[in-house]
Design a protein. Structure first.
Ligand SMILES: NC(=O)c1ccc[n+]([C@@H]2O[C@H](COP(=O)([O-])OP(=O)(O)OC[C@H]3O[C@@H](n4cnc5c(N)ncnc54)[C@H](O)[C@@H]3O)[C@@H](O)[C@H]2O)c1
Length: 363
C-alpha cells in the first residue's frame, strides 16, 4: 500500500555527490558531471522524480556508449548582440543548457534580450531549471527542447513529435515567481509506465495504440503506440497541445538546424547521437513598463486568494506545487525517495563499482 511506504531521506549534497561519482565513472569530466548533478538534484527537490535520479541510468548509458561525449565544451557558432547559435558538441544536455541560458542572461543584461538556440545537444532534464536561473537574475526566462517522437499529432496515426516541454519563469517581489514548466503531451510517458506496473488502465486522453486509436490499456501505448497532445483528442482541444509542441519544434530543431520531429532517434534507442535542438530566452522586464514585479506579485496574490471550489484546497499559480515540495525537503533535511529508487541507485552503484548513496533517515 502506497500510504504505508517509508520514504528514504537522502541529503541533497549526498545525492549531488553520488550523481557526480556515477557520471565521472561513466566518462564525464568533473565539471560536466557537476552540471548534471545540479540539475537532477533540483528535479528531485522540486518533486519531478521522473526527471531526477530516475533518469541517471539514461545519461550513464549514453556516456558509456559514447553517444554522449564529454570531450569538448559548447561553443558559439554564430552571434549577434541579441542572439546566438551554439554547438552543444554532443555533451550532456545540462552542460549545454547552462551555457546557453547564461549566455542569454548576459545578453539580456546588456541589451534587454538574449535568444540562444543550441544544436548538437542531449536530454536537458527539467526545463524549469534554466528559466529559474534567469528569474533569479530579475529576468523573464524561457526554455524549450525537442525530444524523441512520442506524440501523435491530432488526426495522425504514428508519433511524430516529442513531449517537447516548455518553461516560462517570471520574477515577482520577495523571491516569489511564476514558473510554468510542462510537457506538451497530456502526461509524461513515465505515468503510463506506472499504471502498467500497477496493472491499472489509463484514462482516455492519455495515449493511443499502434494504429492511432485512443486506448485505456497502457500496454498498447508502450508497445508501439504514442501519447496524445495536451488537451487529448480533437474534440477536447488536443490540437492546441499539438500546436504548442510544433511551436517548440520551430524554436528548437528548425531554428537550430538539429534533428527535428520524426527524425529524432527513438526514446528506446541510443544507437546514434540524439542531436537535439533547444532554445533559451532571457528578457529584461526593465525594458518595458516600470513596476513589473509589483504587478506579478499583485496578480499572483489575487489568484492565490480566490475562494476555491467546495472541498478543494487553495488556488495555486504555476510553480507553487514545486515550491511546496522544496519546502518539504528543507523541513526533512533531504529528499524523500521511494525505496525502489534507492534500490535502483544501489544497483547502479554496484554496476559502476562506485561508493553507494547514503540514506540519512526515513519518513
Ligand atoms: N527534457 C525532456 O525531454 C522533458 C520532456 C517532458 C517533460 N520534461 C519535464 O518534466 C517535468 C514535468 O512535466 P509535466 O508536464 O508532467 O509537469 P506537471 O503536469 O507536473 O506540471 C506542469 C505545470 O503545472 C503547474 N501546476 C501543477 N498543478 C497546478 C495547479 N493545481 N495549479 C496551478 N499550476 C499547477 C506546475 O507548477 C507546472 O508548472 C517538467 O519539469 C518538464 O520540463 C522534460
Amino acid at each position: 500500500m502506497e500510504g504505508k511506504v517509508k520514504y528514504m531521506i537522502v541529503a541533497a549534497e549526498e545525492m549531488f555527490n553520488f550523481v557526480v561519482r556515477c557520471a565521472q565513472k561513466a566518462g564525464a569530466r568533473k565539471s560536466h558531471a557537476e552540471s548534471l548533478a545540479e540539475l537532477l538534484v533540483a528535479a528531485d527537490t522540486r518533486g519531478h522524480f521522473s526527471h531526477g535520479l530516475n533518469r541517471l541510468n539514461m545519461y550513464v548509458r549514453d556516456l558509456q556508449s559514447n553517444t554522449t561525449s564529454s570531450k569538448d565544451d559548447p561553443k558559439v557558432l554564430k552571434e549577434t548582440p541579441g542572439t546566438a547559435l551554439v554547438d552543444g558538441c554532443n555533451v550532456l544536455g545540462p552542460v549545454v543548457g547552462k551555457f546557453c541560458i547564461d549566455l542569454a542572461i548576459k545578453k539580456a543584461k546588456e541589451i534587454g534580450i538574449g535568444w540562444v538556440c543550441a544544436t548538437g545537444s542531449n536530454h536537458f532534464g527539467i526545463a524549469g531549471w534554466y528559466t529559474i536561473r534567469a528569474a533569479n537574475e530579475g529576468l523573464l526566462g524561457m526554455a524549450f527542447t525537442n525530444t524523441s517522437p512520442l506524440m501523435v499529432p491530432t488526426r495522425g496515426q504514428r508519433p511524430a513529435l516529442g513531449t517537447n516541454p516548455i518553461s516560462v519563469a517570471a520574477p515577482a517581489n520577495e523571491n516569489d515567481s511564476f514558473v510554468l514548466d510542462m510537457a506538451t503531451t497530456t502526461v509524461a510517458l513515465g505515468k503510463v509506465e506506472i499504471n502498467k506496473r500497477k496493472d491499472m488502465d489509463i484514462p482516455e486522453g492519455w495515449g493511443v495504440d499502434g494504429e492511432g486509436k485512443v486506448t485505456t490499456d497502457p500496454k498498447d501505448v508502450l508497445a508501439d503506440g504514442g501519447l496524445l497532445p495536451l488537451g487529448g483528442v480533437e474534440e477536447t482541444g488536443g490540437y492546441k497541445g499539438y500546436g504548442l509542441a510544433l511551436m517548440t519544434e520551430v524554436f528548437c530543431g528548425i531554428l537550430a538546424g538539429s534533428n527535428y520531429g520524426p527524425n529524432i532517434r527513438s526514446w528506446k534507442s541510443n544507437s546514434t547521437a540524439a542531436n537535439l535542438g533547444q532554445c533559451f530566452v532571457a528578457l529584461d522586464p526593465g525594458a518595458f513598463a516600470p513596476g513589473f514585479t509589483d504587478r506579478m506579485s499583485d496578480i499572483m496574490a489575487s489568484l492565490r486568494g480566490m475562494t476555491p471550489v467546495e472541498g478543494q484546497p487553495s488556488v495555486m499559480v504555476p510553480g507553487d506545487p514545486e515550491r511546496s515540495h522544496e519546502e518539504k525537503c528543507k523541513s526533512l533535511g533531504g529528499i524523500p525517495y521511494h525505496p525502489n529508487q534507492i534500490e535502483y541507485a544501489k544497483i547502479l552503484a554496484k554496476k559502476l563499482g562506485i561508493e553507494d548513496v547514503k540514506v540519512k533517515g526515513e519518513s
